[in-house]
Design a protein around this ligand. Structure first.
Ligand code: GLU
Length: 502
């Protein structure tokens, strides 16, 4: 494959996830595409951790990203754990590099300091919204006289550093899937490049790193396309070559909105813990975007395939046949029913020995059973009762009956509203007993729910029953990803039932 911008440089691609929570299914999708692209071209696949957003940083997230990518078999050639010639591969270890680069932009007049306070920026935004204008920085400090800048600096006023986007004209760049994409500078804000805490924003760090890490092809999700003109301006300001850009169509919910946890499980941990096979998930993600040719009419007839069989292919099939030029831009739908069907096909294709191994590696692993056992040891009289007491740990779904989950003092509506609040608390709180317990109790106080009703409801949703082993300890073993999914499914089902009653 040749393109006009193609150079002889060895192909280098990267994924650049931010460790802000559970690894996302979108990271696996983009990871798979980058992996295929690199392997098909004898290139290198780099993993870079973009951890400059300290407010959203989650300490356990990086390891979960590594584990999930290993689980999927998307091995990287360079990264924070394996090293490589262009490290460090963790942005928080590169702050000095960004500082030097932003200094260069300041000196060359491509960036400027902006000293407004948060309140001033807020007032600016509000008045623009009131005037029905798109909220953006108004450029007030673009041309501050040097004496003023020096005075502000002398009094230690905090500032950010912004990109000086040309006032007129437009930025045009080539997207390999779309052709030329044009953004008028009217619609490009003077992006903050360096925050007042001295950390770079995504835009600065991403461009500097892609250049220094010799990335030839930026293959990422479509949601970044509106950032790309800013990146192109930065490449030009530095005088650097611009990589090829491939913006992949976003994964979508069934209703075509951008994939979201409210409508689909998005945590890779969920898929692993729920017993999806990595090869099935990769196959499913490989279907998104249409890079795999569908079997021809002739193949279908001559191989006696049914059309769905054409949907089943391995990672090595993808390495052989996946064609980036075939990718279509219509939003691929993440259809969980289809993923389950595929997973079922993969399960059926396993030998009975391998199927047994799969069970033992996941929902009947020693590790999992070892964590469940102490929760029930003091509560049973025969070992067989272990099954009765712990069934919810091994089920895909439990759906409590109304008499189990609606407390006597509350109505169905109140109960569902409170359960939605519990979900929000579980989403927002560190998933540890000592954090969840006070957070849930606090919610109960605010909404005037007794501790008993509060925890009974949560118990009913998560276990399907009125009695269970210690609830929060059970949640710890069941895990955050599956617990939250269970709550969302409960709320979803109840909402649908309520709608069909009306
Ligand atoms: N850190 C960004 C993310 O979380 C990377 C986007 C990109 O690939 O440029 O997805």
């Amino acid at each position: 494959m040749t393109t006009s911008t193609e150079s002889a440089a060895p192909i280098r691609v990267r994924i650049a996830p931010s460790p802000t929570g559970d690894p996302h299914v979108g990271t696996a999708y983009i990871g798979l595409l980058n992996f295929i692209y690199a392997r098909q071209r004898g290139g290198q696949f780099v993993l870079r951790i973009e951890d400059t957003d300290r407010a959203r940083f989650v300490a356990t997230s990086e390891q979960m990203i590594f584990d999930s990518l290993h689980w999927l078999g998307l091995e990287w050639d360079e990264g924070p754990d394996v090293g490589g010639p262009y490290g460090p591969y963790r942005q928080s270890e590169r702050t000095e590099i960004y500082r030097e680069h932003v200094e260069f932009l300041l000196a060359s007049g491509h960036a400027y300091r902006s000293f407004e306070t948060a309140e001033e920026l807020d007032a600016m935004r509000k008045s623009q919204i009131a005037a029905k204008l798109p909220p953006r920085y108004n450029g007030a400090h673009r041309e501050l006289p040097q004496v003023q800048i020096d005075a502000f600096l002398a009094e230690d006023r905090p500032y950010v550093i912004r990109l000086k986007v040309p006032v007129e004209g437009e930025t045009i760049f080539r997207d390999e899937l779309r052709g030329n994409v044009t953004f008028s500078h009217n619609n490009v804000d003077d992006q903050v490049l360096m925050k007042s805490d001295g950390f770079p924003t995504y835009h600065l760090a991403n461009v500097v790193d892609d250049h220094l890490m010799r990335i030839t092809d930026v293959i990422r999700a479509e949601e970044w396309i509106s950032s790309t003109p800013k990146h192109v301006l930065l490449y030009r300001a530095f005088g650097w070559d611009i990589p090829r850009f491939w913006h992949m169509p976003l994964l979508r919910n069934l209703d075509k909105s951008k994939i979201s946890k409210r409508k689909n499980p998005v945590s890779l941990i969920y898929y692993r813990e729920s017993g999806f096979l990595p090869q099935a998930l990769l196959n499913f993600l490989g279907l998104m975007g249409g890079g795999m040719a569908q079997p021809t009419e002739q193949e279908i007839v001559s191989k006696g395939m049914n059309v769905k069989e054409g949907d089943i292919f391995s990672l090595s099939d993808m390495l052989e046949k996946f064609d980036f030029r075939r990718i279509s831009l219509g939003g691929p739908v993440f259809d969980l029913t289809k993923l389950k069907w595929l997973n079922g096909e993969y399960l059926r294709a396993l030998s009975s020995e391998k199927f047994f191994d799969a069970l033992r590696a996941t929902i009947f692993s020693d590790d999992y059973l070892r964590r469940i056992a102490p929760l029930v040891q003091t509560r049973i009289e025969t070992l067989a009762q272990f099954g009765d007491m712990t069934d919810f740990f091994f089920k895909d779904d439990v759906m409590p009956a109304p008499e189990v989950f609606i407390p006597k003092k509350h109505t169905l509506e109140e109960t569902l509203a409170f359960a939605a609040e519990q979900l929000t608390v579980l989403e927002a709180t560190v998933f540890a007993v000592e954090d969840l317990e006070p957070a849930l109790k606090q919610l109960g106080v605010e909404k005037e729910w007794s501790v008993k009703d509060n925890f009974m409801l949560l118990r009913a949703i998560l276990t399907g029953k009125i009695a269970s082993p210690p609830l929060l300890e059970s949640l710890m073993v069941f895990g955050k990803a599956r617990s939250l999914d269970r709550m969302r499914r409960f709320l979803d089902t109840q909402k649908r039932q309520a709608n069909s009653r009306h």
